[in-house]
Design a protein around this ligand. Structure first.
Ligand SMILES: *[C@@H]1O[C@H](CO)[C@@H](O)[C@H](O)[C@H]1NC(C)=O
Ligand SMILES: *[C@@H]1O[C@H](CO)[C@@H](O)[C@H](O)[C@H]1NC(C)=O
Ligand SMILES: *[C@@H]1O[C@H](CO)[C@@H](O)[C@H](O)[C@H]1NC(C)=O
Ligand SMILES: *[C@@H]1O[C@H](CO)[C@@H](O)[C@H](O)[C@H]1NC(C)=O
Ligand SMILES: *[C@@H]1O[C@H](CO)[C@@H](O)[C@H](O)[C@H]1NC(C)=O
Ligand SMILES: *[C@@H]1O[C@H](CO)[C@@H](O)[C@H](O)[C@H]1NC(C)=O
Length: 672
């Protein structure tokens, strides 16, 4: 985070420096030096002598005063690079009336005092960066008397009290005002001029304070705003419609007590749920649940489960009817029986009617068990439906009922199913049994894991979900990579997963990832399998060369894994998002960021938490690896074995977060 901020500060700093120097008021540097030494230094440093500020001393050349930048009246900066320059020795510079202070940059400087009101007297001061210190007390109202201040960053200090109204005196010059992470209270003050537009203001960050009251209307007149952060305050009321009319690139209204209908932010994917999460349950409208209780996300989901629960029961009952009818007809299928007996690990039961083929770990299942289970739909896809089913003995299994025509006949299906039934790996969900009814119904029976899908963990906002820091995401990514590598190279006959995506990854409370749905493409008729390709395209994880499912191979899996890794790193959904038609191509997002030199900003904020060096923590390497997997030319993509190796070599240094008591995103709700 600190890195990000410094980076963007640096760019805005350059912009000001090169473009917006206007006339400087005439004032001698000697009075500025007096203010710095007499008032500002002692107040900023507090009770203890500060190492950086000790350089502010008339016995030290002006150029060596830490954290200060000077400029001559003719706008040329005082360059302090040339050691032979007389400026280094010329002490009379302090009295030079053409030298002025224009910037104080002391982020993370160990300042432990208060903000001196004399800061407002530095008439030429344009930027004031004092973030990540221990400054406490109020923001002095005199700050607003400053005649040049345009960039202010007091982020991550201990400031309290309310924001003085005078701050808006700076309105016309102000480019950024960052107060993130303090203890500021009260409501946001109204500017004295009713029509203030603060036309240069681009960054307004009031996040993580204790501001209360409403979002004032005047903010909606700040048309130049690009980033607006009110996250984690105690603001309430409705979100003004005008906020949606600003051309914001970043917005954070999460964790307040906003209510009412959200204004329409255009394409529903412009801002995700995370921007609005943690507010009053009364806050509604896209991307949150719909208003008036209709077609809402959460209420809809509940209704869905209820309806599906009923369908689940119906479907299982109809299977049972099929089974009974078969029984009455009593048509043995000799040819299939012979084939079944070839299996080594599997056992068949079922009177030669419906067939239940059992694999290792599924030996306890009986046909009656499976058919009498009461089911509840957990997932519906184009090729089948998954039920969570309770067995009579109290156990729970996951049943996947394959869509009709999924595979032509038993003889073509069984060899592949048997192969799938033999796969056992920590990161792959085991297939325990397979049932085929007389009418062609096919059920795949897996262990039921009460875990969340990675998709859900990454994109659904719900109280009690664990924070996904980099250590945890790395573990998840490595688990997925190992599972895929095993399918590709760890088996006698390699298996292509064919459907790698975050919805097909379950993550347990120790962040162990388990892949499901592998190899299913092989037991589907081409038309159904090709639906998967279409779906993968829509979800942005289809390798460019993949046109037909029967052409899928380990390299197309690697591509899909690359997209999945980007999804993990960026926290963004790939492909078509929401109801809008926006299509998110994650590799392009990264390419653009790299070109614009904002690479660090592509990472999900949660990923960067606690990361000191993205290089040493393997974050940058993971991004490169993901991009390599997404190479448009299949032959240059790494193999899954190489991917596993690289992820193992570039681990996050601090992995203690993996083992700390599950840190969750909110106090309420059940811990994960
Ligand atoms: C400046 O430095 C000298 C010696 O380096 C020290 O004696 C003096 O107290 C310092 N003055 C201030 C104002 O810090
Ligand atoms: C010191 O700086 C002043 C003003 O910039 C200049 O007039 C004077 O000649 C300089 N003295 C030396 C010794 O460089
Ligand atoms: C601000 O904090 C200081 C101590 O750091 C305390 O004395 C003061 O009362 C606080 N002011 C407000 C308005 O909370
Ligand atoms: C401020 O805007 C209102 C309408 O929005 C207008 O009537 C008024 O004259 C404006 N005042 C100034 C000082 O521009
Ligand atoms: C919004 O702000 C809160 C508090 O500062 C932070 O925890 C959260 O990650 C931010 N969300 C987004 C989407 O930036
Ligand atoms: C949030 O706002 C609602 C009114 O919309 C109010 O009843 C509730 O007390 C507020 N909650 C908090 C924690 O301020």
């Amino acid at each position: 985070m600190a890195l990000l901020k410094l980076n963007s500060l640096y760019t805005t700093f350059l912009v000001i420096f090169t473009t917006s120097f206007t006339t400087l008021p005439l004032s001698s540097s000697s009075s500025e030096v007096e203010l710095l030494l007499g008032k500002i230094k002692p107040t900023l440093q507090g009770k203890t002598e500060n190492l950086l500020l000790s350089s502010w001393n008339t016995t030290v050349p002006l150029c060596q005063w830490q954290g200060l930048k000077w400029v001559f009246s003719n706008n040329t900066p005082l360059t302090c690079t040339d050691l032979s320059s007389p400026q280094w020795a010329n002490l009379s510079l302090y009295e030079d009336p053409s030298v002025h202070l224009y910037s104080i940059q002391l982020p993370s400087a160990g300042l432990a005092g208060t903000l001196p009101r004399e800061l407002g007297e530095l008439s030429t001061l344009r930027s004031l960066y004092l973030s990540v210190n221990s400054l406490f007390g109020n923001i002095p109202l005199e700050l607003g008397y400053s005649s040049s201040l345009s960039e202010v960053d007091f982020g991550n200090n201990l400031l309290n009290g309310s924001l003085p109204t005078s701050i808006w005196n700076l309105c016309d010059r102000l480019i950024s005002l960052r107060l993130h992470g303090n203890f500021l209270t009260g409501s946001l003050p109204e500017p004295a001029l009713p029509n203030a537009t603060c036309k240069n203001l681009q960054f307004l960050d009031f996040g993580h304070n204790a501001f209360s009251g409403n979002i004032p209307e005047f903010i909606t007149r700040f048309h130049g705003l690009k980033e607006l952060d009110f996250g984690s305050n105690m603001l309430s009321g409705s979100v003004p419609i005008g906020i949606a009319e600003l051309s914001l690139e970043k917005l954070n209204l999460s964790h307040n007590n906003f209510s009412g209908v959200l204004p329409n932010f255009g394409g529903s994917s412009k801002f995700g749920v995370e921007v609005f999460e943690g507010n009053s349950p009364g806050l509604c409208g896209p991307p949150l649940r719909g208003c008036n209780g209709k077609s809402g996300l959460s209420s809809g989901a509940i209704a869905g489960i209820v309806i599906c629960l009923m369908t689940g029961v119906v479907v299982l009952a109809s299977l049972l009817i099929g089974y009974m009818q078969g029984k009455r007809r009593k048509n043995g299928d000799e040819e299939d029986e012979e084939e079944l007996e070839e299996g080594e690990e599997d056992v068949e039961t079922g009177d030669g009617e419906g067939k239940l083929v059992l694999f290792q770990g599924g030996e306890h299942l009986t046909l009656e068990d499976v058919l009498n289970a009461t089911g509840q739909v957990t997932e519906k896809t184009s090729y089948g439906t998954v039920y969570k089913a309770k067995l009579a003995d109290g156990g729970t299994i996951a049943l996947r009922l394959l869509r009709e025509g999924s595979c032509k006949d038993r003889s073509s299906c069984l060899p592949m199913i048997r192969q799938l039934g033999r796969v056992r790996h920590e990161n792959l969900i085991p297939l325990r049994a397979f049932y085929q009814g007389k009418r062609g119904e096919k059920l795949l029976i897996y262990d039921y894991l009460p875990n969340r899908s990675l998709y859900d963990l990454l994109h659904e906002s719900r109280a009690g979900k664990p924070v996904l820091n980099w250590a945890r995401r790395h573990k998840i990514a490595l688990g997925i990579a190992r599972g895929l590598a095993y399918l590709h190279t760890g088996l006698e006959t390699p298996i292509t997963h064919g459907n790698v995506r975050s919805r097909n990854v379950l993550v347990d409370e120790f962040f162990v990832a388990r892949l499901t749905e592998f190899g299913l493409d092989k037991i589907m008729i081409p038309a159904v399998a090709d639906d998967l390709v279409a779906l993968a395209k829509l979800d942005g994880c289809k390798a460019p060369e993949l046109q037909k499912m029967k052409k899928c191979n380990s390299r197309t899996d690697v591509y899909a894994f690359g997209i999945l890794l980007l999804e993990i790193l960026l926290g963004k959904k790939p492909g078509k998002n929401g109801r809008s038609n926006d299509y998110v191509d994650l590799p392009s997002v990264v390419k653009v960021a790299v070109l614009e030199e904002t690479t660090m900003e592509v990472f999900d904020v949660e990923v960067l938490k606690g990361i000191r060096s993205p290089m040493e923590d393997g974050l940058v390497q993971a991004l490169k690896l993901a991009m390599g997997c997404c190479a448009p030319v299949a032959s240059i993509r790494p193999t899954m074995d190489e991917v596993v190796k690289q992820l193992e070599e570039n681990r996050p240094r601090n992995r203690s977060a993996l083992y700390s008591p599950a840190e969750t995103r909110s106090e309420i709700g059940t811990p994960f």
